[in-house]
Design a protein around this ligand. Sequence first.
Ligand code: PHE
Length: 341
Amino acid sequence: MKEQLAKIKADALSAFERASDAAALDALRVKYLGKKGELTGVLKMMGKLSPEERPVMGQLANDVRAALEGALDACSEKLEAAALELRLKSEAVDVTIPGKPVSLGHRHPMYIALDEIKDIFIGMGFEVLEGPEVELAVYNFDKLNAGENHPSRDWSDTFYFDTNSRVMLRSQTSPMQVRAMETRPLPIRVIAPGRVYRKDEVDATHSPMFHQVEGLVIDKGVTMADLKGTLNTVVEQLYGAGTKTRFRPHHFPFTEPSCEMDVQCHKCGGVGCPTCKGEGWIELLGAGMVHPRVLEMAGIDSEVYTGWAFGIGLERTALRRFKIADMRLIFENDVRFLEQF
Ligand code: PHE
């Protein structure tokens, strides 16, 4: 029995030493010290010993148990320390590594141009409105004096949602004229920027989605001179003092008289070059005096009030403002391009 105890002790101690983790160590504790363990097995045979031998063996067995328990504690502490060491190593943060630079985004060139336009108009007392991109044809056409047979209502030009051509993606921001007249107290001074949609193929100057900024002024005694004066001021602020403009007669259903405003070519100064296609001028916006019928349909007395409106293409303005040659660059969102502004 003495040898048995010595063997258990030796086996157990060397097994404890080799245990690789806490679970393995616990399994060994059960194997040697558990209720059905090896040491217990030996103790059960104590009854067979003579009365003289019993206390000696009892003492010996207790010593072995104490030794094993002590060794278990020591090994378990060692394993815990090793596990902690491993965790600290694997979770270590090297605070001396230089940080990753955070790349800051910035405004898209078109929105820079839009913000400039907004600033100019806000400075002149205009309010900025936003309106729906999914619009009723009543607002996009009817209340803007574009009758049932107006060519812009054609299915080949306009994105409709229904077969009755009542709901559509707005083809212009001009419905915001009507929405402003129907909801604002007079006098009115508003601009309304936003997306518009037309069935156009993508090329250097066209896109099925683009942006416009609508402008509307309604008050007593407003004339075409106010229109010209205001738009000339805006253009000078946008493109620099002394920028020349010209107004050409045009037609829109909702303005009478109507005009288009051109800006003198920034490249050639009006002589004619490829940028202005030899014209010396570049078309910038459509405008005109609000048609009396449009005022009346919105419930405004056209004998008392007059007004003017304009619609400017935002992409085109940004292209000019930043001397960009191709509109597709505006929508591609290639960071290498956008970073330049
Ligand atoms: N809505 C017109 C267009 O898209 C522009 C415009 C706006 C013309 C306001 C006159 C007055 O071409």
